[in-house]
Design a protein. Structure first.
Length: 401
């Protein structure tokens, strides 16, 4: 097969995972690294919740892609549409075929707006928004600050999503703003969660129960949005245990779309045969593909059963970089292992954060000495708003943290 280019390591995706692992590969002495990424802008997506809650500007979450790519990396500004693990090539949207010795797959997740009837139309309607896109997050804040009475609905889909705490975070930010404005008593706040508990780790679930109760939020557990009528401003929720359906008329709604791996991965040679979501089938500790040893994956598109967060990427990137370097050197077994660590800084008010840290076993894994992270704290707000963005832009993307 004729190829248009060849790289010792080819990285698919230039988000947090792709840039971080590329920087670490360079630090390990691997000089021929290519990154395939179509977007000219790089986003720090965790900030979008604060944009929607009126606590940050959208512009603070974006930088030119070129400015965050490590020096020495070859940027292929294109979109991957196929992979041939036998030929060790990927195909791109412009028809190019790129060969590799090692492939790192981290294209992120796809937002599946059309999986819920009416959602794709609703998200652009006047009374609905979503913090899951850069363009819509400011609209969320416009809706929140203009609301004085009525019903506000916040939804979360079942299945893995980027930052599983984000659907709750915006509900708490909104409720706290309405409390400060003296109008919370006139607003019915509905939070629909597909899970039976507020959070998968009991110690944090209990704290979030108290937060929701403080605001008088009506939490619908084991419930999910299955249909939305943007013109009639009606949301249809289904209760998973009973199958009962409930229609809720809303005055504003924050939507979180179902998510999956990009379509080009689904049903392809990298996904598990029985996985319709299309995640790259990897060993959850080494992050290496279970059938194609020259392929690795990290970030949201991998099949490892951790929470899909930037904190998980920060722990996965050094593991993948070390294991890729070791495999190129012929070292077996691979030296580095990922334990499933993830964290989710959950904004519980406009001034406080609950820092949920945990591993594959859903065990509490605190990393801040002398800080009780099982309770919402004001000092953690400053970590979320200022500390973590600094860490991201100046250390994580440079392979230093």
């Amino acid at each position: 097969m004729t190829t248009d280019a060849h790289h010792q390591v080819l990285v698919v995706g230039g988000g947090s995972a792709g840039v971080s692992v590329a920087a670490r590969l360079l630090r390990l002495g691997i000089r021929d690294v290519g990154v395939v990424e179509p977007s000219g802008t790089h986003y720090y997506q965790p900030l979008w919740t604060l944009v929607g809650g009126g606590r940050a500007t959208a512009g603070a979450s974006s930088r030119p892609q070129r400015s965050v790519l490590p020096k020495g990396v070859s940027w292929i500004r294109d979109r991957v549409e196929s992979v041939d693990p036998e030929a060790r090539t990927v195909g791109t949207a412009d028809g190019s075929v790129i060969a590799y010795d090692r492939l790192v797959v981290c294209p992120g997740l796809q937002l599946d707006w059309n999986r819920v009837p009416g959602m794709a139309q609703a998200v652009t309607a006047p009374h609905t928004s979503s913090n899951y896109t850069y363009e819509l997050a400011p609209k969320t804040w416009d809706l929140i600050r203009s609301m004085r009475s009525g019903t506000a609905v916040f939804t979360m889909p079942s299945g893995p999503i980027k930052c599983g705490g984000a659907p709750q975070k915006i509900a708490y930010l909104a409720a706290d703003h309405w409390r400060e404005q003296g109008v919370l008593k006139d607003i019915r706040v509905v939070l629909a969660l597909p899970t039976p508990a507020m959070f998968g780790v009991p110690v944090f679930a209990g704290e979030l129960e108290r937060v929701a109760a403080r605001y008088g939020i009506e939490v619908h557990r084991s419930s999910e949005l299955v249909e939305v009528d943007p013109d009639g401003r009606t949301a249809v929720l289904v209760h998973h245990e009973s199958g009962a359906r409930e229609s809720v008329r809303f005055d504003m709604m924050h939507l979180v779309p179902p998510q999956s791996a990009p379509d080009w991965l689904k049903g392809g040679p990298l996904a598990a045969p029985a996985d319709p979501a299309g995640y790259v089938e990897i060993d959850r500790h080494t992050m290496r593909h279970v059938r194609h040893p020259e392929i690795f994956a990290l970030g949201d598109a991998g099949s490892s059963p951790n929470s899909k967060t930037g904190a998980a990427v920060r722990r996965q990137a050094p593991v993948v970089a070390r294991n890729v370097a070791a495999s190129l050197a012929g070292a077996e077994p691979l030296p580095a292992s990922y334990d499933g660590y993830s964290s989710c800084p959950i904004t519980t008010s406009r001034h406080s954060v609950l820092l949920a840290e945990f591993d594959y076993g859903l065990r509490h894994r605190p990393t801040l000495p002398l800080v009780d992270t099982t309770r919402e704290r004001r000092d953690l707000w400053y970590l979320k708003r200022y500390g973590l963005p600094f860490l991201y832009w100046h250390l994580m993307l440079r392979g230093r943290a």
